[in-house]
Design a protein around this ligand. Structure first.
Ligand code: ATP
Length: 440
């Protein structure tokens, strides 16, 4: 059998729309640039991703969670460096007025939009933070920002959490939340959007031990991506070289995935030294030192290892990785999303073979029973072949079909998404069957 991976992002965009994973934001008004809405299947998948991250990162002794507000005191962004440095250099084509990131195009080449030669303006720094107004009076004093990352909500809560939770180093604080960046060149579906969700963790360590914990998190985070069903051969580490390293970092790497558009960053693992806490100590005037009772009550600002993954980007990798076309261009062509069973938004579908009361009665009984434990669907519309194809496209690993034999022997047909093989399983064994198969 010939089987192809996803080759064009457009094929995925169209499947996601057709099957209810992801829609353009405000579509009936023509859409809004690089903003997307998750449909019923998309939000299910997103919740699975977030729950798995939360469990992996906080169901352990050394990491606790937080949920900070999106709007923060404006000085936070002064201290973090975002007001002064979170910028992209922008140039405009003098002819067609199209705007580009200087670091993404060759300024000596013709304009990628209109072809004009040598017609670019000087570069200007453009801040990527969205501004808004707090309260009724519109003046500069009331300007606040939509956070461009969740990390700062963790740093400013370091003293609260360390003292209330009585945490000793090393320990981490994890957070999932929305972040906003006024990206100049967004695109490639949900790879780069202006509103997105981050899953970040800051791990506070004793200065000098950062290398050891950088190694630990590098391994842990790789394992998590693989545990969500991503093929390891589609992943790689990209260590930051001298030129790429942020001025405050003493080591950094990305975990990259091979998207159809090429290798792209999915997660960053950064050794950020004591930069962030030091900045907040200076700007807030509050003492953010840690008292090390295990080391003669020595006082110091902890070092930080950060893991930062885009929920939407990881979800895009999961979608890209699952997408397969079997026997392309032939009568037997089949599009199938090969999600790992524990990642599939819909875990099973229950289908009476025909719309007959005696079959539907058993089918709804099974449906109600399974629904107590799993997200499942009931489908009676159309031919059984069409119903299977739809479930293949949304990646449902198992379909249970109730037919006339079921009335006789209380067994149903289980159809496997990947092999398309069918077997008969006893009605009263189906919950166990599912529990066994959906385990991660
Ligand atoms: P890039 O180089 O792609 O702009 P970055 O290095 O600025 O990303 P970080 O600030 O390290 O990214 O953010 C951590 C993670 O957040 C990234 O690995 C990515 O998964 C996600 N992310 C960042 N910007 C966006 C965006 N505009 N849309 C979707 N996800 C994003």
């Amino acid at each position: 059998m010939v089987e192809k991976n996803l080759e064009s992002m457009n094929d995925l965009v169209s499947l996601c729309k057709r099957r209810g994973f992801i829609f353009q934001s405000s579509e009936i008004y023509g859409g809004l640039g690089s903003c997307w809405d998750y449909g019923p299947l998309g939000v299910e998948l997103k919740n699975i991703v977030k729950n798995r991250w939360w469990k992996a990162m906080t169901y352990r002794d050394d990491v606790v969670g937080v949920d900070a507000s999106i709007l923060m005191h404006p000085t936070v962004w002064k201290a973090s460096g975002h007001v002064d440095n979170f910028t992209d250099p922008l140039i405009d084509c003098k002819k067609c007025k199209s705007r580009f990131r200087e670091d993404k195009i060759d300024v000596n080449a013709p304009c990628p939009n209109c072809g004009a030669q040598g017609e670019f303006t000087e570069a200007r720094e453009f801040n990527l933070m969205f501004k808004t107004q707090m309260g009724a009076v519109e003046d500069t004093a009331s300007t606040v920002f939509l956070r461009p990352e969740t990390a700062q909500g963790i740093f400013v809560n370091f003293p609260n959490i360390q003292s209330t939770m009585r945490k000793k180093l090393p320990f981490g604080i994890a957070q999932i939340g929305k972040a906003f960046r006024n990206e100049i060149t967004p695109g490639n579906f949900i790879f780069r959007t202006r509103e997105f969700e981050q899953m970040e963790m800051q791990y506070f360590v004793k200065p000098g031990s950062q290398k050891e914990f950088m190694e630990m998190w590098k391994e842990e985070r790789w394992k998590w991506h693989v545990s969500n069903g991503i093929r390891p051969e589609k992943l790689r580490y990209h260590p930051h070289g001298e030129g790429e390293l942020a001025h405050y970092a003493d080591a950094a790497l990305d975990i990259e995935y091979e998207f159809p558009i090429g290798w792209g960053e999915m997660e960053g693992v950064h050794s950020r030294t004591d930069f962030d806490l030091k900045q907040h100590q200076e700007f807030s005037g509050k003492n953010l030192q840690y008292v090390d009772q295990l080391d003669g009550n020595k006082k110091y600002i902890p070092y930080v290892i950060e893991t930062s993954v885009g929920c939407d980007r990881h979800l895009l990798a999961i979608l890209c990785d699952a997408y397969r076309v079997e026997n392309p261009g032939t009568e037997e062509e089949r599009v199938v999303m090969r999600f790992a069973p524990h990642m599939a938004p819909i875990k099973a579908a229950v289908m009476p073979l025909m719309k007959k009361p005696e079959l539907e009665e058993i089918a709804t009984g099974l449906y109600k029973e399974l629904q107590k434990y799993f997200k499942i669907e009931y489908d009676v519309a159309g031919s059984i072949g069409k119903r299977y194809r739809r479930q293949d496209e949304i990646g449902t690993p198992y379909c249970f079909t109730i037919d006339y034999d079921t009335i006789e022997d209380r067994t149903v047909t289980v159809r496997d998404r990947d092999s398309m093989s069918q077997e008969r399983v006893s009605l009263d064994k189906i919950v166990d069957f599912m529990r066994d198969k959906i385990r991660d």
